[in-house]
Design a protein around this ligand. Structure first.
Ligand code: BGC
Length: 811
């Protein structure tokens, strides 16, 4: 590797070099004035910045500096508009420059394995192609301003429960085709300066310590030249991380972590040249982002960014239902505004992505600016589900004196947060009860649905129209009124399948994994790949969304470069259509465990704006991802010869044009595992037994048990043999329950509950060493006396060694 900053590296002492590879504070790298190395600020997040106020800890989210809150990634993915993603990125980049932030910790692009992951609102899709392309757009936008983006969390990180200790047991092909492809697209298309490694293990190895993941795949395979930063507290053994290709350990593990790194070099566990390589990667980001910050203004146009947030939110809205074309509402329609969310919008999710918005619109405050006539507002229900007869009564009376009810409903704050997964897909019952009563009273209902992930919608018959607003960001209320009044013709399409019932989900009953091992037995059958192949009826398919106009598809032509077709707007208003390219292997029934495939997979998309009556020729190119399959035996991607069905679709279940396309090349040779592959070929999820999964994995399924070791989580301490551990676990669960009752998630608590003991040594700025953690492990194993003695010894040792290293660093 050719090191750009070799000259500086040559001058630095080993202690200094090792010290540079971990954070100085929760969000800052170390500064070395004598080498003119400035500190660099990293900051969340994916849809708006969360620069922490002075002294705040990593999840102390209250005190962040005001910033524009854009729609969350899930919402922007519903726009299927790469240019829009780039616009969000550019705005984030500008705000980062103004706040002197070098690295923006996002976008997040983990695959939505379950509809119920608490962080799904922060992620783009259940599909890696869509996720990868949208993520690449964000990165391009952010980096066009000279700061670095940081796609996260790399990789196979799809549940919040035990997020720092969970081991994703996944077969190689599923990992490559589903969980890594999005990152591959983002890295190859947009060259992010930084990537964040995930908390979890993958097949027994921490993502942050996996040479396969960080070296073989990310760096050597995809040509990534930037730095890898650990998730906050996600480093287990920094020396192993550095060796595997992980650069910067965050947040501020303190000097004990630096000592470990120095020792690893001195003991020959890692080489000094590994440290130098990592340091060079870090310095390149530090210096280049500093240069951009120095050249820029310390302010951004808040008003313009608010307007942009509004415009983007309008393009993310998905029109789910529009019976009798009730929408857009005619000028002068007498509308009642009903629902808690009309007054207090739910526009973002909880966790490290929480933004302190510069301003916030609500439907109630803006309705007077529309051409609709408001008859009144009624809260109708409490968002947390605490039923109220009087609220409901008041709302019904108001409804009866109006032509149309705009019913603002959705998931409340407790449902979607970093650190927790939903246990069901329901909207609180009292909202639905009121909706039913309003419908029964005969008035027309337009529902505006808020939330960053799908819900069960048995109640949809109670609405004449449904606008899915998602988590809109700060300009959302205005944007949704624009849709309702027809200023904006909706063009969003769902970036995730909405099943009829949670019980239909391929991971239902198995998600989130309660133990250490999360078994990805469903293989490639995530989202529409499953529902479409197994022919399960869904509420709204992946890629679905209506418009105020209609589109016609004609004249498909397939060449070796891609597919072209004619698209016409056959309605009366201008509008945009998202056309989707799906491919499927025609002979998919003849397969074995390594070659089974879903019925169809998304391989391209294009959003086209058409004036009323206009026709355009649309072209969707093939690329390196279109026909490939990861061949486990050859350890590389291959393209199988045979016939493919090419579909151009309005959604994954509405293929408007199709054609066959033959790829000459090697025919698949079956390897005798066809019988074991049967449930995979048939997408018979419930029929997949251990034996089938073992065949897919190509090895035994690892045993799952909680070990009392550095990785035991605080919530698991009840499994230990020390009364103090039982007490800690019991107190944490009790506190969690009472925070649930309060209706808003307590992030720090959730973090602590899921935090392994080892993270104590990574998140206490050096106050706790790994030696002290080992002493605690002895304690929890029941050796309380030796444990205490060792704890005292290690604590004293830590103080002495920290002091001595500190003086060396300041020499
Ligand atoms: C989250 C990351 C976030 C980091 C810093 C972690 O807990 O998983 O997504 O960037 O904190 O706030």
């Amino acid at each position: 590797m050719n090191r750009k900053y070799q000259e500086i590296i040559d001058k630095m002492k080993l202690e200094e070099k090792c010290a540079m590879l971990s954070g100085e504070t929760a969000f800052e790298t170390r500064e070395f004035k004598r080498y003119k190395i400035p500190a660099m600020l990293l900051s969340d997040g994916p849809h708006g910045l969360r620069k922490q106020a002075e002294g705040a800890n990593h999840l102390g989210i209250g005190g962040s500096v005001p910033a524009t809150c854009f729609p969350t990634a899930q919402a922007v993915a519903n726009s299927w508009n790469k240019a829009l993603g780039e616009q969000v990125g550019r705005a984030l980049g500008e705000e980062a420059l103004a706040q002197e932030i070098g690295v923006i910790l996002g976008p997040g692009l983990n695959i939505k394995r379950s509809h119920t992951c608490g962080r799904n609102f922060e992620y783009f899709s259940e599909d890696p192609y869509l996720a990868g392309k949208m993520a690449a757009a964000y990165v391009k936008g952010i980096q066009s301003k000279g700061v670095s983006a940081c796609p996260k969390h790399f990789a196979v990180n799809s549940q919040e429960l035990k997020r720092m200790a969970s081991d994703s047991i996944v077969d190689e092909r599923t990992m490559r085709e589903l969980y890594l492809t999005g990152f591959e697209i983002a890295v190859k298309d947009s060259k992010p300066g930084t990537v964040m490694s995930a908390y979890n293990l993958i097949n027994g190895v921490y993502a942050n310590e996996s040479e396969q993941l960080l070296k073989d795949i990310l760096r050597n395979g995809w040509g990534f030249e930037g730095m890898v930063v650990t998730d906050w507290g996600g480093s287990n053994d920094h020396a192993l991380g550095v060796k595997a290709g992980s650069t910067l350990e965050m947040p501020a593990p303190g000097l004990q972590s630096v000592r470990e790194l120095i020792k690893a070099v001195n003991d020959g566990k890692i080489s000094e040249s590994d440290v130098d390589d990592r340091l060079d990667e870090l310095l390149r980001v530090v210096f280049s982002t500093r240069e951009s910050i120095d050249k820029s203004e310390r302010s951004f146009d808040e008003k313009a960014h608010h307007e942009l947030a509004r415009k983007i939110a309008g393009e993310c809205a998905v029109l789910m239902k529009n019976d009798g074309n009730i929408l857009p509402l005619k000028a002068g329609t007498r509308v009642a505004l009903i629902g808690d969310f009309a007054e207090t919008p739910r526009y973002q999710g909880a966790g490290s992505s929480l933004v302190n918005a510069t301003e916030l619109d609500s439907a109630l405050s803006l309705i007077k600016e529309t051409n609709l006539e408001m008859t009144g507002f009624a809260k109708g229900f409490n968002r947390n589900g605490a039923g109220s007869e009087s609220l409901s009564k008041e709302a019904l009376e108001l409804a009866n004196s109006s032509d149309v009810v705009l019913f603002y409903m959705g998931l409340d704050e407790m449902k979607e947060s970093e650190g927790l997964d939903r246990t069901d897909m329901k909207v609180n019952a009292d909202q639905l009860e009121l909706l039913r009563k309003i419908k029964e009273s005969g008035v027309k209902v337009v529902a505006v649905l808020h939330g960053g992930s799908p819900v069960e919608m048995q109640w949809s018959d109670d609405c004449d129209a449904i606008v899915y607003a998602a988590l809109t960001g700060q300009g959302g209320a205005a944007a949704i009124l624009d849709v309702i009044s027809g200023k904006v013709n909706p063009s969003g399409k769902l970036s995730e399948t909405w099943p009829v019932s949670y019980a239909d989900s391929p991971v239902y009953g198995r998600y989130p994994a309660k133990g250490r091992n999360a078994l990805y037995i469903e293989g490639l059958y995530v989202g529409y790949r499953y529902y479409n192949t197994a022919k399960i009826n869904v509420k709204y398919p992946f890629g679905y969304g209506l418009s105020y106009t209609g589109f016609e598809y004609k004249d498909i032509r397939v060449s070796n470069e891609g597919v072209s077709f004619k698209l016409s707007n056959i309605g009366e208003v201008d509008g945009s259509e998202v056309s989707q390219l799906y491919v499927g292997f025609k002979d998919r029934d003849r397969a074995d465990i390594n070659t089974y495939r879903p019925e169809n997979e998304l391989k391209g998309f294009e959003k086209t704006f058409l004036r009323a009556g206009e026709t355009k020729e649309v072209f969707i190119p093939f690329d390196e991802y279109t026909f490939r399959r990861f061949d486990v035996k050859k350890n590389k991607f291959v393209v199988d010869g045979g016939n493919w069905i090419i579909g151009i679709a309005a959604n994954s279940r509405d293929i408007r044009l199709s054609a066959e396309y033959e790829i000459s090349g090697e025919k698949i040779e079956l390897d005798g595992t066809a019988e074991k592959a049967k449930p995979y070929i048939e997408a018979d999820i419930r029929g997949i037994k251990e034996d089938n999964f073992r065949a897919l994995l190509g090895r035994d399924i690892p045993e799952d048990r909680v070990k009392i070791d550095r990785s035991i989580t605080l919530g698991e301490l009840g499994h230990g043999r020390a009364p103090i551990g039982w007490l800690i676990a019991a107190v944490l669960s009790r506190l969690l329950k009472s925070s649930e009752k309060k209706g808003s998630p307590d992030l720090n608590l959730l973090f602590q509950y899921n935090m392994p003991l080892r993270a104590l040594a990574k998140m206490t700025e050096g106050a706790v060493s790994m030696g002290m953690v080992d002493a605690l492990v002895m304690e929890f194993k029941g050796f309380w006396f030796i444990g205490i003695i060792r704890l005292i010894f290690e604590a004293v040792k830590n103080v002495v060694l920290n002091a001595s290293l500190k003086s060396k660093l300041s020499d």
